[in-house]
Design a protein. Structure first.
Length: 402
C-alpha cells in the first residue's frame, strides 16, 4: 500500500460477508423449522429457503458492475458511503422482519441488501488503486482475509447470537455497518483520481464498457474458471448448513462451528500460506491444484457418516478455498487495464452473485430428494473446473513462454 491504511476497505468487505454468512447458519434452522413460517411441507420449505438465499446475490449480480462502473467514474468513497448506510438500514429491516414473522419483509431486506452489496467491487478496485504489480497479490490477500474473518463472525458468532433470538445477529451487523460508515467518512481518502471529463454518466455507455470488459480475450479464461468454481463453491457453502441440520440434526450454534473451521483454514491460507506459495509456484498452477483438492474434500464430506469425521475435511476445504481466491483475484487485476479495474471486479462479483442465485435455486430442488446430492454435484463441478483450468492455464503459460 502507498500512504493510507486499507482498514476501512477491509472492514467494508468484512461486514458484507459477515452478513452473507449469517444467512448460512440462521436461515436453514429458521425456515426448516416451525419457528418462523408455521406448518409447511418439507419440499416447500426447501424451495423457500433456496429463494431466500438466492434473493440477495440475484440483486448483487445486477448491481455489482453498475457500482464498480460508478466508482470508476465518480470515485470509490462516495459509492462506499452511500451503500454502507443503506446496508445498515437493510439489516435493521431484517431484524424487524424476524420479530414480526414477516417473510415479505425478510425478502425485502435481502433484496435491497443485495443491491448495495455490490460495493465489494468499489473496495476491491480501491485496493487495486493503492497497489502495484509487486504487492498486488499480497494486498488482495489482505482483502480476501477480511472475507474470511467476516465468515468467522457470521458463521460462528452469528450462530451463537441466535441463542438470544434470531433477530439479534441482524442488530449486530447493523451496528457494525454504522461504525463502518463513520470509519469511511473520517479515515478513508479517495484513491481514484477523477477528471472533470469523467463526471458524466450514461447507462448505455456503462453497459457497453462492461460488456466490452467481459469480451476481452485476456480476461475470458479467468472469468470462465471463476464462474464454474463459484457455482461449485456455492453448492457446498450455501446448503452446507441445511446438509448438517438434516443429516446430523445440528442446530445453528453447531453449524456455525463447522463454518468456523472452514474460515480458520481460509485465514491460514490467505494470511500465511499464500505468501509462500506465490513465491515458489505459479499462481495459475496453484489455482488448478486447489480446485481438484476441493473436489475430493467436498465428496468426502458428503459421503462420511458421522459429524466427528467432518472436522478435518471442513478445515482443509477452507485452506483450498482461500488459496484459490487469493490466486484468481490478482490474476484478473493484472490482466485488466488500470482504468477498468472497477468493472473487472464488478464482473467477478456479478459472476459470483449469479452462482449464488443458481446454486441455492437448484440445490433447494435437489436437497428435497437427498441432502448429499447438492454436495456431490458441487464436487463434480469442482473436478470439471480443475481439468478445464489445467488445460486453459497450461495453454496461457506456453503462450507467455513463446
Amino acid at each position: 500500500m502507498k500512504t493510507q491504511s486499507s482498514a476501512p476497505l477491509c472492514f467494508t468487505v468484512f461486514n458484507d460477508y459477515l452478513g452473507f454468512a449469517l444467512t448460512l447458519t440462521i436461515f436453514a434452522p429458521l425456515i426448516l423449522s416451525n419457528h418462523f413460517i408455521g406448518e409447511m411441507a418439507f419440499k416447500e420449505r426447501s424451495f423457500i429457503l433456496g429463494l431466500l438465499l438466492a434473493s440477495y446475490p440475484l440483486m448483487q449480480f445486477f448491481s455489482a458492475p453498475f457500482i464498480g462502473g460508478l466508482s470508476d467514474r465518480y470515485g470509490r468513497k462516495p459509492l462506499l458511503m452511500v451503500t454502507i448506510f443503506i446496508s445498515m438500514l437493510c439489516y435493521v429491516l431484517g431484524g424487524l422482519a424476524i420479530i414480526n414473522h414477516s417473510l415479505v419483509l425478510l425478502f425485502m431486506a435481502r433484496i435491497f441488501g443485495g443491491v448495495v452489496a455490490g460495493n465489494v467491487t468499489a473496495a476491491q478496485a480501491a485496493i487495486a488503486d493503492m497497489s502495484n504489480f509487486d504487492n498486488k497479490t499480497r494486498n488482495m490477500a489482505y482483502l480476501t482475509s477480511a472475507v474470511g474473518i467476516g465468515f468467522i463472525a457470521g458463521a460462528v458468532v452469528g450462530g451463537k447470537l441466535t441463542e438470544y433470538g434470531f433477530a439479534t445477529p441482524f442488530w449486530f451487523v447493523a451496528s457494525l455497518f454504522f461504525l463502518n460508515f463513520l470509519q469511511v467518512l473520517i479515515f478513508f481518502k479517495e484513491t481514484r483520481v477523477i477528471q472533470l471529463s469523467m463526471t458524466s454518466f450514461r447507462l448505455t455507455e456503462h453497459i457497453s464498457r462492461t460488456v466490452k470488459t467481459i469480451r476481452l480475450i485476456e480476461l475470458r479464461p479467468y472469468f470462465m474458471i471463476f464462474f464454474l468454481s463459484a457455482i461449485a463453491i456455492n453448492f457446498f457453502i450455501q446448503f452446507g448448513g441445511a446438509f448438517l441440520k438434516v443429516k446430523f440434526f445440528l442446530g445453528a450454534p453447531q453449524i456455525g462451528d463447522y463454518y468456523g473451521l472452514i474460515i480458520m483454514g481460509f485465514l491460514l491460507s490467505t494470511l500465511f500460506l499464500i505468501r509462500f506459495f506465490s513465491k515458489h509456484f505459479d499462481i495459475k498452477n496453484l489455482a488448478t491444484i486447489t480446485l481438484l483438492g476441493m473436489a475430493f474434500l467436498v465428496a468426502t464430506i458428503a459421503l462420511l457418516g458421522s459429524p466427528i469425521w467432518l472436522y478435518l475435511p471442513f478445515f482443509l476445504y477452507g485452506i483450498g478455498n482461500g488459496l484459490f481466491n487469493a490466486s484468481i483475484y490478482p490474476m484478473v487485476s493484472n490482466a485488466a487495464e488500470k482504468e477498468d479495474q472497477g468493472k473487472a471486479f464488478g464482473v467477478l462479483v456479478s459472476i459470483n452473485s449469479f452462482a449464488q442465485v443458481f446454486a441455492p435455486a437448484v440445490s433447494g430442488l435437489l436437497f428435497a430428494y437427498h441432502p448429499d446430492i447438492p454436495l456431490l454435484f458441487g464436487s463434480l463441478i469442482f473436478f470439471i473446473t480443475g481439468i478445464i483450468s489445467l488445460c486453459t492455464f497450461s495453454f496461457i503459460l506456453r503462450g507467455h513462454k513463446s
